[in-house]
Write a protein that binds this ligand. Sequence first.
Ligand SMILES: Cc1cc2nc3c(=O)[nH]c(=O)nc-3n(C[C@H](O)[C@H](O)[C@H](O)COP(=O)(O)OP(=O)(O)OC[C@H]3O[C@@H](n4cnc5c(N)ncnc54)[C@H](O)[C@@H]3O)c2cc1C
Length: 495
Amino acid sequence: MGAFTRRAALLMTGAAIGVVGSRTMQSANPVLDGTQKITASGASNTLNDASELSETTIHRHMILTDNPGDMLVSAIRAEMKDAAAAGRPINVGAARHSMGAQAIPRNGHAITYDNGMVDFDSETGIARVHAGARWSQVIAALDPLGRSPKVMQSNHDFGVAATFCVNAHGWPVRLGPMGSTVRSFDIIVPGGDLVTCSREENAELFGLTMGGYGLTGAITSMELETAANTRLEPGFTTMPAEEFGNAFSSALEDEGVTMAYGRLNVERPRFMRDALMVTYRPADDQNDLPAVSGSGVMAKLASRVYRAQLGNERIKRWRWWMESDLGQSLGGGPVTRNSLINEPVATLNDRDPNRTDILHEYFISPAQFPEFLEICRAIIPASYQEFLNVTLRYIDTDPTSVLAYATEPRIAAVMSFSQEKTVRGEADMARMTRALVDGIIGIGGTYYLPYRPHPTPAQFAGAYSRAEEFAAAKRDLDPDLLFRNALWDQYLEPL
Ligand SMILES: Cc1cc2nc3c(=O)[nH]c(=O)nc-3n(C[C@H](O)[C@H](O)[C@H](O)COP(=O)(O)OP(=O)(O)OC[C@H]3O[C@@H](n4cnc5c(N)ncnc54)[C@H](O)[C@@H]3O)c2cc1C
């Protein structure tokens, strides 16, 4: 396919639009009281997210379900005009897997993108995608062409612009977050103009929007760098957890390593004492790559074992053995890069109405890894939370985004908890989160913003040193504060 013309595809096709809900009601957020269960009403004038704990009343929900075009831009502008006239906020979301209403405008106009369009330029290796495309659609389009997303999360359900707006990261090394692979994007800014941003054009808006949680406008399309899809072979190394930071940094100096992650043992008697490092290198044989597959037998088995860990230390021990020992012989064969990242979140679903999976993520410099372990060992086992997993990733310095979490090379520790959906569970999670954030800020680290809004505003400001600058620039761009969500309301508005 030849080079494309900027915005041509976007403006050619129509958009199907569905609108649900138009009443404004009192907040449907549950009253927190004693040991009461936290349940969502599921009312049509509310929206929730992956936490199942963020139910928020909205005014209206517009879902865009077809390819983007003139209609898309006009529909978004019309919705912005309506919202502005009524003094209500507006916010765009995709899969709403964020966990603290970062994609929900309270009493406002919610827009969900649910459509994909991927156009690949084989001369430049750049993919042009609609902002609402999910990674599963991007992988499906790129795989037959021998290409792969350069950086995305470890699961494929998320929206591409949403990934840019949280500035997510994944297993590819040595790379910065996903925003580092974005060449340009088109965005409807609060004033209504459709603007193109790159590192050369509207560069300030580029840096505000990357990791800016949808507060600068509605992205409509993006240009992304891609990588070659390759057959990869894993290598496994186990070590005392204290050694992981240095070992990970050294392993990544080998340019042959293109994907990598780590894990820590989570069974209580050896909590965060043992580490596993998995590095992937291109296999010698790159011929006849198989078409991308979904969850393999090992992923399905791993998911069952993952769930069975709940309250069961024996299974946690067994899982560690399976991953760090048995998995090397069973799951240690070659795999394509695309198959590795083509995993749905559903594989992890707990299917338990009384519990919910809550993620945390902390970013620390590799040199501080032993101190990070000390902090976690002192705080997590003493909480009432069920700790299921921690995955370790590498992220290179991000010099671009204003709300950057990797101002130097960092190890990301992605933690997964199973939380009881009760007031008691929520209070315990909040207490534990604040203790972890305090400790991690104390060693120069940061925490990730798409998860539960338990950190205090002071902790937020401590972790994100340019937050005030972001809030001031947002006010210049959007003086009527049209684009808002819970991240703005709770953390940025007070600055
Ligand atoms: C199971 C699971 C695994 C995860 N794994 C990883 C991981 O490996 N690495 C990682 O970094 N993160 C990970 N995350 C976090 C994930 O990247 C974020 O939650 C991300 O927001 C999910 O994308 P989404 O489509 O659900 O975004 P949403 O929650 O729908 O939106 C996120 C933000 O983007 C904004 N936004 C969305 N679309 C637009 C648009 N078109 N224009 C302007 N703003 C927009 C929204 O307003 C919101 O602020 C994981 C989360 C879960 C639940």
